[in-house]
Design a binder for this molecule. Sequence first.
Ligand code: NI
Length: 139
Amino acid sequence: MGGVIRFGVSLEPQLLDKFDEIIGKKGYQNRSEAIRDLIRRLLIEEQWEDKSGESVGTITLVYDHTIRELSDRLTELQHEYHHEIISALHVHLDDRDCLEVLVVKAAADEARRISDRLISTRGVKHGKLVMTGTLSSEW
Ligand code: NI
């Protein structure tokens, strides 16, 4: 990794106050670290915009396993994408509800399609795709 470059940022005082308040709550030590994280997040999102680019993420699902055929349907879908869904965690939350976290590694558009199909399955109470990535080791 090379050195760092310092650059100036101009913004309205109210905006800066709000930014400082939020990064303080989040535990950032300084503005630079917060801005670095924002830039990394943007770069990861950009990577996901490249639809054919390899991507990695997690799909979180909460559903009631007592709904007829729902568990079977979700398992079928996961088997359909066994090349892309590389790991799965299942937690029995209570007597009815299950939490599943799936790790998906696929082209970005395929990952979204898989996530959409799972989350839109009738009976899934909550679902979310979280996109992440490794970025360059230099970042
Ligand atoms: Ni369960």
